[in-house]
Design a binder for this molecule. Structure first.
Ligand code: ZN
Length: 216
């Protein structure tokens, strides 16, 4: 089996279960927060709300259409759809994303606290090249929106930021985390890893008194 076959032959539900376990070990989806949704044409697969993400199995996932209407409910009737659903759907619809990831990573959190008002910015860092459309000499920008008491209330401001920052593949949420997407789950995961690396590197640079916008 080729690399590409091996990476794409797994059903999206099983892929979400596997990715949630990986992201849990990174501290991105601890305490039941965060998660990932994968789109398949006009349908998408999403995790339930308020459950231990590293314990989520394929049978626990919801199938929804791109308006958020539930097409298939998990076997357990007590499960409810993730509060992130409207946010995942915004990236699917506005960016034609194939997968969207939500992380409560501390690196993302720190990026929202140490960046200037409207956006995270850095330049001349090798890992920027992992973000589609970004080169080493560019300025990488990720918009920051303000947090709300309830996750679903972020949908409008997240949609506005997606429209206003067409080169970004992520939106940071102040004192909360980040939403990251890609054309498929592989690109979304790559983007999430590169962004998280950059958020962490810039936080460390600021601790050391280095300006992430001044290459030296
Ligand atoms: Zn969240």
């Amino acid at each position: 089996m080729t690399y590409t076959d091996r990476m794409t032959s797994v059903h999206p539900k099983a892929r979400i279960s596997a990715l949630c376990k990986q992201f849990y070990t990174l501290g991105w989806v601890s305490g039941t927060g965060g998660g990932i949704a994968i789109r398949d044409g006009q349908m998408a697969y999403m995790a339930p709300s308020g459950v231990q993400k590293e314990q989520v199995e394929a049978e626990d996932l919801f199938t929804v259409d791109l308006d958020g209407k539930i097409l298939e409910h998990p076997a357990d009737p007590k499960l409810t759809l993730s509060a992130c659903a409207p946010l995942f759907l915004a990236a699917f619809r506005l960016r034609d994303a194939g997968a969207v990831l939500h992380s409560h990573s501390q690196n993302a959190l720190l990026a929202t606290l140490t960046s200037p008002e409207d956006a995270f910015r850095c330049t001349h860092l090798e890992m920027m090249k992992g973000i589609a459309g970004t080169g080493y000499h560019d300025v990488l920008e990720v918009p920051i929106i303000e947090n709300t008491a309830h996750e679903c209330d972020l949908a409008d401001s997240l949609s506005d930021a997606i429209r206003a920052w067409p080169r970004a593949h992520a939106v940071l949420v102040r004192r909360h985390g980040v939403y990251v997407w890609g054309k498929d789950w592989i690109q979304a995961k790559t983007h999430a890893e590169c962004y998280d690396y950059l958020f962490g590197a810039v936080a460390r640079m600021r601790e050391l008194g280095l300006d992430p916008m001044v290459p030296r």
